[in-house]
Design a protein around this ligand. Structure first.
Ligand SMILES: Cc1cc2nc3c(=O)[nH]c(=O)nc-3n(C[C@H](O)[C@H](O)[C@H](O)COP(=O)(O)O)c2cc1C
Ligand code: SF4
Length: 661
């Protein structure tokens, strides 16, 4: 330890268990269970973060009851069969000195009948904010069932070797639904007075303590969103927490942001600010005398984390996505290698973006997340045949492949035709609030310095030149380019945008690279519903252009929905004066405006504009591949030159191919 991050480095003991530092890998549904049991994927995932130095890991929540099953990858809620496989995880993580806790959850009225096949349960039968269902006002015996569900789940945790459990009252979950007079309108002993509304958590704390004993950690998860004070204000949480704190069973409180009512605040994308749980953690710290307090939510970096603790806003910090993106964040920070941390870019694309669609989670910039068991963690084995590797193209695929090959002992030459790394990903980093992408590109360049990768700018590679590199492996990562035609998927009968010849038609790349100067009024034709179109529209709107987005989708940012950032991007677009024309195509571009046709009823309207930007699907740059194959040169094809896709798949290709060489 070189004296950096002194606050983070300080150990902390809870119920006789010592956290070796203040960095927590907080609870998140990794959704990796198979047949309801934690398997190899989970084992590899958590062990890698324990190896990477996390002081405490809060393992993915287990539903406490059949009505609380939320995902396909949830653990079995009522079956001792989970104990043995969890024991493998706790044993493996304990070997690295990590304190192990598991979250216990029930989402109450915001359930998911697709997975539970049960009515949602809640204190007062209010509507779900997750789907269009109503819920069942729980009868007294059902409340007892839920309390017992927590106790039995805690027992299983203890038998599986966990050091504690985290009781989940965050995000307007079942327990918070009981606390809040807004969602608890009962008139029996479970509603009305504060004592009655808190009875369920009081009973759970007491019963879990009785079941698991004095050495067992019991935490409490809370969250708060400033836009939902009607659930409860900060003083309300302070009052409840201080009562539980005085009772002496609650060992820590972890404070996140948002709820089912403002979901985008829970896992804040780059569209939102940082350190969102700190207002609440500060307020809770003011009232807690026995327990300790954790701050969560977009703390992201060790610099932020150390500052949070230094300022007295919390005793512990949870960094979830930061440790998904770099499982060794804690040890790198505390060993004086913070520059080596691959910083999460807050995109939510492969973590929440996969969980929200009920797949197991991974990471855009760290494809080993979830594949640790197959790939040996986020680490590398030396190549059996170290040799010379030529990588052509320094976009995300080429960068990752070059890095991995070099890590594995190859001598790597990375040729880039332009004067900078990143390709289209760098352009994405120029869109509003996306500069974390540029930080990632800087990280690659630092890694190349460390690894001795020979990065050659302004070096386009012709087929005839490849043999001259005398490479043992040739990897093509030549990317993709805009089609140049403006062809629309929903006008399949037209090979190109009708009226393309009238000019003033650009690709997002032209705008972001500033090779095109758009006029005051711009139409953005967005077929992808993702950042390529929406981010470019936002970039233009922020600069004062009057933007009209035309999309065949039912709403703008459809593909961003999976990341929970779509609402924020639409909000920002509307604030910047953008208009939306949905379920529409452009049937004619006139050079000074477009005829826009509704897909619903064929109605045609004219929108005046100086320029048109088409965010349609790119085409692969695969000429070099064809030329090299023609002369019998073996090649690996990665990233967009294999097929134009999201950056996540380019980085995946880069890692997977680098692992093979
Ligand atoms: C994929 C994913 C799933 C999550 N699931 C849960 C969950 O089951 N319970 C919970 O309390 N928080 C959950 N969270 C929220 C995190 O605990 C954390 O508050 C959030 O990611 C913001 O913190 P971060 O910026 O450090 O990632 C989840 C987060 C992610 C990324
Ligand atoms: S997918 Fe994006 S937000 Fe999620 S951990 Fe990876 S970089 Fe961070």
């Amino acid at each position: 330890m070189d004296g950096h991050f002194a606050h983070l480095a300080k150990p902390l003991t809870i119920r006789g268990k010592t956290l070796k530092n203040r960095i927590v890998f907080g609870a998140h549904t990794a959704n990796m269970a198979e047949n309801g049991l934690p398997g190899e994927r989970h084992l590899g995932y958590y062990t890698e973060r324990a190896r990477g130095g996390a002081g405490m890991i809060v393992v993915e929540p287990v539903p406490v009851h059949r009505t609380g099953v939320l995902t396909r990858g949830n653990f079995r809620h009522d079956d001792d069969a989970v104990i043995a496989p969890f024991r493998r995880i706790t044993d493996a993580c304990h070997e690295h000195g990590t304190v192990m806790v598991q979250q216990l959850y029930h989402v109450g009225q915001h359930g998911d009948s697709d997975l539970s096949f049960a009515p949602h349960w809640s204190p007062s039968g209010h509507a779900s904010y997750h789907d269009s269902d109503g819920s069942r006002a729980m009868r007294a015996h059902e409340i007892e069932e839920i309390i017992e569900g927590h106790v039995q789940a805690a027992r299983r945790c203890q038998e599986a070797g966990f050091d504690g459990v985290e009781i989940w009252a965050a995000y307007h979950s079942l327990l918070e639904q009981f606390w809040s007079p807004w969602s608890n309108t009962r008139e029996d002993e479970w509603g009305g007075s504060l004592e009655n509304r808190m009875r369920i958590t009081t009973r759970i704390f007491e019963a879990v303590r009785r079941q698991c004993g004095e050495d067992f950690i019991i935490g409490l998860a809370l969250s708060h969103g400033p836009s939902t004070p009607f659930i409860m204000d900060i003083e309300g949480y302070q009052e409840i927490v201080s009562i539980h704190d005085r009772a002496g069973h609650m060992d820590y409180v972890t404070c996140g942001s948002g709820s089912y009512l403002d979901f985008d605040q829970i896992i804040p994308a780059f569209t939102l600010g940082e350190k969102l749980g700190c207002t609440m953690s500060r307020a809770i710290k003011d009232v807690v005398k026995n327990g300790v307090v954790t701050a969560e939510s977009h703390i992201r970096t060790p610099e932020n984390a150390d500052a949070v603790i230094g300022a007295g806003d919390a005793d512990l910090v949870s960094i979830v996505r930061g440790q998904i993106a770099d499982p060794h964040l804690a040890s790198k920070a505390l060993d004086g290698r913070a520059d080596d941390i691959r910083g999460c870019i807050s995109c939510n694309q492969m973590c929440w973006g996969r969980r929200s669609r009920d797949y197991w989670i991974s990471c855009l910039i760290n494809p080993s997340a979830g594949r640790e068991f197959e790939w040996g963690g986020d680490r590398f084995t030396p190549s059996k045949n170290p040799g010379r590797v030529l990588v052509v193209g320094a976009g995300p695929a080429g960068l990752e492949c070059a890095r991995v090959a070099a890590e594995r002992g190859h001598q790597v030459i990375l040729c880039e035709a332009s004067g900078e790394t990143g390709g289209q990903f760098r352009l994405a980093g120029l869109q509003p609030r996306r500069a974390q992408i540029l930080d990632l590109l800087d990280w690659y360049e630092r890694q190349f310095m460390r690894l001795g990768v020979d990065l050659r700018y302004h070096t386009p590679v012709e087929a005839s030149e490849v043999a001259g590199f005398e490479a043992d492996h040739v990897v093509l990562a030549t990317g993709s380019l805009p089609a140049g035609t403006g062809k629309q998927r929903w006008l399949p009968q037209h090979e190109q945008l009708p009226g393309l010849e009238n000019g003033h038609v650009w690709a997002p790349e032209d705008i972001l690279r500033r090779t095109a100067q758009a006029g005051a009024r711009v139409i953005v034709l967005d077929e992808g519903g993702n950042w390529r179109g929406c981010g470019t529209a936002w970039y233009l709107a922020e600069r004062g252009h009057k933007v009209t987005i035309v999309t065949p989708d039912a709403y703008v940012g459809k593909e961003i929905t999976r990341t929970s950032a779509d609402f924020q991007v639409r909000k920002n677009l509307v604030k910047s004066g953008a208009d939306f024309l949905t379920e529409s195509v452009i049937t004619n571009w006139h050079g000074n405006g477009a005829t826009i046709t509704s897909l619903l009823d064929g109605t045609q309207t004219f929108t005046a504009a100086d320029d048109l930007v088409y965010a349609t699907t790119n085409v692969a740059c695969d000429e070099l591949e064809n030329e090299l194959r023609a002369v019998g040169q073996p090649v690996h094809i990665i990233g967009d030159c294999a097929a134009p896709r999201l950056a996540a798949y380019a980085i995946f290709d880069g890692r997977a191919t680098g692992n093979l060489l």
